[in-house]
Design a binder for this molecule. Structure first.
Ligand code: ZN
Ligand code: ZN
Length: 595
């Protein structure tokens, strides 16, 4: 079989502008998808040194590519040539796991053209040129000696001036919200240069000459950042009065639907999922209204009902939310709950949990504490031997009022749903399964909608299995929680495509989704800065529910929930539509062989 090997393509990419000079050599070799993947990943890091540092690959730490025309061409050339290579493989002959990898790579390469030629975030999002984080990734990499790290930074610093000159040329009518974000972030990232890097320099054993030159480069880099910031200020923010200064933050239907396809990788279109979400919202309101009716007397005795659906639901939610743990026992109550969830999953035979890998609940380390809350921290693909933790941030730094508001949000009921989502059998369980068939491609290019969709699905699945008994409060709080993912989708599409105003957004989030003002305002900001990602939770959830129903229908009596969960997770963090394809195929093969 034939395989094309690109020899020193990347050396050419970086050397000069003559990226069209292809050096392809045909080599006779084994038809080996594993080798292909390894070479592809390596080439990908080489052309994306900044992403590489973030993902834990530190071979290219000294590089900082300039975002110019030549680089754009190089990226397109990269995707064209790797697409050509991958399409030479015979898809049907690949293993199931490799088939998924094939799709992930192919989809990723295919989306490149859209991002480079149509989406063009580099023209309207000034915050995409923030180098603070990429320098931090280099200086913070503990497996390199401090001296080596400083040498990498030293090299990288040389490019900063050219980088920002190019950034300035690239900006064409930015959005106001991204320009404000950029100014704020650039100011913050200066401290990486004049504090983090300088501290590291002073702590090192480098000689005086190195230190002096390094410090000069730092000063020049900070001046470059400052001048980019001033440019954004004077050319744009100061000219706010002119209606042509900024473009709308709304990307519109065409770009949105294409970005949705590229990022969510769903069988549904953006519009299709939006319509499902609107229906779902109505159903949830119906269910919540019924529950609030049933709970009314318990909390309000003989008092008359307000007569408005949304107000009644809100009043009952406010009462139920008062049942919460004490602020000092937030961490211990979560820790106590994990074994209870494990027992429930085992007793009800919902999925096999690996008893050798119990989840470690810990207080979030100081350096990671940004927001209060709970999250799973899993080791990256290049640091696989590290532990997985369930980080819970204690409420120590909260005022009484802040703690109370937070604890009402994460009341006794919602806290349990959060634990299902983050830990068992949500994110943590999915992670354990995906690590059983390790695939670098899936770790790097894993599908966010599947990952979030699974966690959201397990909340519903646990309640269906009887978790919480027939507790009405649990039901009400679950629906409120679920309504959030539904409204995230409506909000995102609404803002980006349907011209939702801030008032529309607040009506949706505060009145119809029963959210606090602070949460709603945070969402309004996030939904203007990002696009599509907010849809991932509901889309993944909905597609998993659909797939389960479809298989139940086909298999009838033979359908087994536990087998379904284990099969589903065995494909790794892949788009649900591809898992569906492979599961249906497996089913039809089994049907044939049993005839
Ligand atoms: Zn309270
Ligand atoms: Zn999640």
């Amino acid at each position: 079989m034939k395989r094309v090997v690109l020899i020193s393509l990347l050396a050419v990419l970086y050397a000069c502008n003559s990226v069209n000079r292809k050096e392809e050599v045909e080599v006779e070799s084994e038809f080996d998808f594993g080798t292909f993947k390894a070479e592809f990943i390596e080439a990908m890091w080489e052309i994306n040194p900044i992403s590489a540092s973030y993902q834990g690959v530190h071979k290219y730490d000294a590089q900082l590519p300039i975002p110019n025309e030549a680089r754009k061409e190089a990226k397109l050339q990269f995707t064209r040539s790797w697409l050509k290579r991958i399409q030479k493989f015979n898809y049907d002959s690949l293993s199931e796991s490799d088939k998924i990898d094939y799709h992930l790579i192919e989809d990723d390469l295919k989306s490149s053209d859209f991002y480079v030629n149509l989406f063009k975030a580099g023209e309207w999002n000034p915050s995409s040129y923030n180098l603070g984080g990429s320098f931090f990734q280099v200086i913070n990499y503990q497996k390199h000696s401090l001296e080596k790290r400083l040498e990498d930074v030293n090299q990288k610093l040389i490019q900063v001036v050219a980088y920002y000159e190019q950034a300035q040329k690239n900006i064409k009518q930015p959005t106001k919200v991204h320009t404000n974000l950029a100014v704020q972030q650039l100011e913050g990232s200066k401290s990486i240069f004049n504090k983090t890097l300088v501290d590291s320099l002073n702590a090192s054993s480098k000689d005086e000459e190195f230190k002096i030159k390094f410090q000069q480069k730092i000063d020049i880099a900070i001046a470059a950042i400052e001048s980019y910031k001033v440019f954004l200020q004077t050319e744009y923010l100061d000219k706010e009065y002119d209606s042509t200064t900024f473009r709308s933050f709304r990307i519109g239907e065409e770009l949105y639907s294409q970005k949705f396809d590229a990022e969510i990788q769903s069988a549904y279109s953006a519009k299709g999922i939006f319509e499902v979400a609107v229906d779902e919202k109505g159903d949830l309101h119906e269910k919540m209204f019924r529950l609030s009716d049933m709970l009314w007397e318990k909390y309000f005795n003989e008092a008359e009902k307000p007569g408005t659906r949304f107000v009644q639901i809100q009043l009952v939610i406010d009462e139920v939310a008062k049942t919460h743990v004490h602020r000092d026992s937030f961490v211990t109550s979560i820790r106590k709950q994990i074994p209870e969830l494990v027992a429930f999953v085992n007793d009800n035979e919902l999925i096999t949990l690996d008893s050798k890998k119990p989840l470690v609940v810990r207080e979030t380390p100081e350096y990671m504490r940004g927001f209060a809350g709970a999250s799973i921290s899993a080791p990256g693909p290049y640091d696989a031997d590290a532990e997985t933790y369930y980080n819970v941030t204690p409420l120590d730094h909260y005022t009484e009022a802040e703690a109370e508001s937070y604890l009402r949000e994460y009341n006794n009921y919602t806290l349990q749903i959060l634990n299902i989502h983050e830990a068992i059998p949500g994110h943590y369980t999915q992670l354990v399964y995906s690590n059983q068939s390790p695939s670098l491609i899936k770790s790097i290019m894993g599908n966010g909608a599947m990952i979030e969709g699974w966690a959201v699905y397990t909340e519903r699945m646990m309640l269906e299995a009887g978790y919480g008994g027939d507790n009405l409060e649990m039901g009400l709080m679950y629906y409120k929680w679920n309504l959030r993912t539904v409204c995230n989708t409506i909000l995102d599409y609404g803002i980006q495509v349907l011209d939702f105003t801030e008032e529309d957004a607040m009506q949706l989030l505060m009145t119809e989704a029963f959210q606090e003002k602070s949460e709603a305002e945070g969402k309004w900001r996030r939904a203007r800065l990002s696009q599509v990602q907010l849809c991932s939770y509901f889309t993944g959830f909905y597609e998993i529910m659909q797939l389960r129903e479809e298989l139940q229908e086909i298999m009838g009596e033979k359908f087994d929930l536990k087998t379904f969960h284990e099969d589903f997770l065995s494909y790794g963090s892949a788009p649900v539509k591809y898992i569906r394809k492979l599961m249906l195929k497996k089913l039809s093969l089994e049907a044939k062989s049993s005839v």
